[in-house]
Design a protein. Structure first.
Length: 793
């Protein structure tokens, strides 16, 4: 969060990383990060220019996705360099960060290795990295016990060791891919898989970056204020404020259709906006009074407050996808199922059964009493002659038959080979089902002999005996068996069968149904955080002002803003029929509670602009334009108007969708890269200019630079990928973060500014010095006439 009076220059001076106190290798790291951002930005901008491309192969229903060769190579180079920096920083940083970074790296690397069934030699460099991390960590611990420190050259050596090992890992993968001689390269697919695994980190980062863009808008508005303060006359500031506010009002009224035509309904709409804006102002004023924020020192917003707000909003939105990510489905549950329902007929009973949706099925009804019912399910589009049979016999006609003799008869009957030989062996029962397994010589449609492996299940239910039988070629049976077991378990002697679901799918369904309208994520959970965490910290700041108090103020504003924004939907969530609550009726048109757009960005802009115009009129009527209070209040109002205008522009940028694939647009990708770089370069005040006993400055710089380059490589790859490749990295997450985090950050700054305006005015009141000019009653004297009062210079 920028300081309340910061323009671009002052923000940079206060928060920039101090390069003068960095060693030359660390300066080189910063320079490389800047260069990488520039190169990645250019590659994103020219992504649609005709050029050499690599195709990342799709799997299943996912189509292949092309990507420019230059972008792919650059993303991979940045990926390797970033992990080398991050791992080196983790080795020499705090143990908790070391554990987090190493676990993330191992998870991504090992998962990619296992998923692609790579040769064992591919893992050797990864094992070497793990051993190096362990060895250096042990050395740090041992020398720490002795009160000594490690050699200063060890971090540089560690970086090159990790870089060499990681480069070897990908070089071996590429070499094996080239030696494989396959017509389609798998190396790009492996790289894309590892990038996709890092999405568990990237998606929250995209959301959190929205607060950076809100900060950009605030700093840009602060710079405008700095320029206007160079004029001694407050009339310049007043004129600009009035013009900006009037332009926003006209633009918002045109966008909403209020001006065409402008009638009584339009007036009432504006009155509604003004009234709700007044209520909002009163609420935030009470929050400021509650924390007594006017006397707080100027401290930055702690990063943990933004992270807590991010987790609160994203918790229910992403947890179902993270569950899918970390818990891969079983083979049976990776199949889409339909349900076959057979109603009772003259000679056959009712039953139902789930089966793979892409399988064919044929039913043979009994023609007379005592005949069996047969239903055959065939996976014709899958390898291995996969087939599943259901046979129903009237139990009365099977007297004297042993259980396994019935299964033997069924297997022999459905075999396509006239000379079929069946070797049936008893197997452990499956619940209430007698079970047997078999090996048989069947034949395909062309009469070619095919050895099959099969399993049969039998049970008696009422007047019927049921036999279910699944078979496939011997080499495919292991893959087909989970599907057969799922079909068996879904069988019902009625029409009540349901498609199989795994525990993971049931958990996903439960989580998705907790918050189907997202009202918990965007309103109720933020409100809860404001009450449980924000207000107590705000009260703590009243007694002991500091970072905790600022965090409490932000979290309180964050929750209240969300509650006011979604107020009608919150009432509807608790059962209030907001659609039936009519607030106003004008010309047979009803304004219902559910149709109110309370604190949405356009309505917030309109409310702020209207109050700015009212403020301008009030200052002119009261002839108080040239007072310090007028300057400060006008500057704050202009800051809020221009900042909201900047947020609107950025929101429009991140609301755009790419026309080719589910990916970031060029503008979105470049802005994100610049945001990552901005975070690194302005991390000095809170992170990279500071030192800790367990976290030296060099480790902090390496970790921060590595993290920035990791995010940079991700955005580069997924912004230039010319197809979905199973991923969706649009600008939605950043756009949501811009409004969910960026606006509360801005409102927090505005509250602090307004609170300090009153405090400064009270502190600067003249105590009646000798010779002080005295005006007529009601006359406002220029500030320049009072010694010690605000000077625009």
């Amino acid at each position: 969060m920028a300081d309340e009076d910061e323009g671009l220059a002052s923000a940079w001076r206060e928060r920039a990383i101090d390069l003068r106190r960095l060693s030359w290798p660390l300066r080189l790291v910063i320079a490389v990060t800047i260069l990488a951002t520039a190169v990645a930005s250019v590659l994103i901008i020219i992504r649609d220019v005709p050029q050499s491309q690599i195709v990342i192969n799709g799997t299943g229903t996912i189509p292949a996705a092309p990507i420019p060769t230059a972008a792919f190579v650059a993303a991979l180079v940045l990926w390797v360099l970033a992990w080398s920096l991050a791992l080196t920083g983790a080795i020499f940083g705090h143990w908790a960060l070391r554990l987090l970074v190493v676990i993330t790296f191992i998870y991504i690397s090992i998962t990619g290795y296992i998923s692609e069934r790579s040769a064992l030699i591919v893992a050797v460099p990864l094992v070497f990295i793990a051993l190096w991390v362990l060895a250096v960590s042990m050395a740090r611990w041992l020398v720490g016990l002795q009160g000594r420190s490690l050699p200063q050259w060890l971090p540089l050596v560690s970086f090159f060791v990790v870089l060499a090992a990681l480069s070897s890992h990908y070089a071996i993968l590429l070499y094996l891919d080239k030696q494989g001689g396959s017509s389609t390269a798998t190396f790009p697919q492996i790289v894309e898989l590892e990038f996709g695994l890092y999405a568990i980190v990237l998606i929250p980062v995209l959301f959190l970056t929205g607060s950076d863009f809100g900060e950009w808008a605030e700093i840009a508005a602060g710079q405008v204020n700095d320029w206007l303060k160079q004029s001694r006359s407050t009339w310049v500031l007043l004129t600009v404020s009035a013009l900006v506010a009037a332009g926003i009002v006209i633009e918002q009224l045109q966008q909403s259709g209020t001006l065409a035509p402008f009638g009584l309904a339009s007036v009432l709409d504006l009155v509604t906006v003004a009234l709700f804006g007044l209520v909002t102002t009163v609420i935030f004023f009470l929050v400021a009074r509650l924390g007594h924020i006017a006397v707080w020192p100027r401290v930055p917003l702690p990063a943990w407050a933004l992270i807590l707000a991010t987790i609160t909003t994203m918790l229910l939105l992403v947890v179902p996808y993270y569950v899918d990510f970390f818990v891969p489905p079983s083979p049976a549950n990776s199949v889409d199922y339909s349900v076959f329902r057979h109603s009772a007929q003259t000679y056959s009973p009712a039953f139902s059964l789930a089966y793979p949706s892409n399988w064919n099925h044929v039913a043979s009804e009994p023609q007379q009493a005592g005949d069996p019912l047969l239903v055959k399910f065939m996976g014709t589009s899958e390898p291995g002659m996969r087939q599943f049979w259901l046979v129903e016999f009237p139990t009365a006609g099977l007297e004297g038959e042993g259980p396994y003799s019935i299964e033997q008869a069924v297997v022999s009957t459905v075999c396509q080979n006239p000379k079929c030989s069946v070797d049936l062996v008893q197997a452990p029962s499956h619940g209430s089902w007698f079970t047997a397994q078999a090996m048989l010589q069947d034949q395909d449609a062309n009469g070619k002999p095919v050895p099959l492996k099969a399993r049969a299940w039998e049970r008696t239910q009422g007047d019927s005996t049921w036999v279910l039988y699944g078979a496939a070629e011997a080499g495919e049976f292991a893959a087909a068996q989970p599907i057969y077991t799922a079909m068996l378990d879904s069988w019902k002697p009625n029409l009540g069968a349901v498609a199989p679901t795994s525990p993971t799918e049931r958990l996903d369904s439960f989580l998705l149904n907790i918050d189907p309208t997202s009202i918990l994520s965007f309103a109720l959970l933020p409100l809860a955080v404001a009450i449980v965490v924000g207000i107590p910290l705000l009260l703590l700041g009243r007694r002991r002002p500091g970072p905790a108090g600022v965090a409490g103020l932000f979290l309180t504003v964050y929750g209240l803003y969300a509650g006011l924004l979604f107020f009608p939907r919150i009432l509807a969530y608790f059962g209030v029929p907001t659609g039936n609550v009519v607030l106003l009726t004008v010309q047979n048109e009803h304004l219902t509670l559910s149709s109110l757009q309370l604190l949405s960005l356009p309505r917030l802009q309109l409310a702020v602009a209207l109050f700015t115009l009212l403020l301008v009129v009030w200052l002119i009527v009261r002839r108080a334009v040239n007072t310090r209070a007028a300057r400060d209040v006008l500057a704050t109002a202009l800051l809020l108007n221009v900042s909201l205008l900047g947020i609107q522009v950025l929101d429009n940028v991140f609301s755009a969708a790419d026309q080719i694939a589910l990916r970031l647009t060029e503008a979105q990708g470049v802005l994100l890269l610049l945001a990552f770089l901005w975070d690194l370069l302005t991390s000095g005040k809170q992170v990279t200019n500071t030192e800790g006993r367990n976290s030296p400055r060099s480790a902090r710089v390496l970790l921060y630079a590595g993290f920035s380059l990791l995010s940079c490589s991700q955005v580069l790859l997924f912004s230039t990928l010319g197809g979905s490749a199973g991923q969706n990295y649009g600008g939605d997450w950043t756009g949501t973060g811009l409004t969910a985090l960026g606006i509360p950050v801005l409102l927090t700054v505005i509250l602090l500014r307004f609170a300090r305006v009153g405090q400064q005015q009270q502190a600067s009141l003249p105590q009646g010095p000798v010779g002080a000019p005295v005006g007529e009653p009601g006359q406002t004297l220029p500030d320049a006439h009072l010694p010690g009062i605000y000077d625009a210079r």
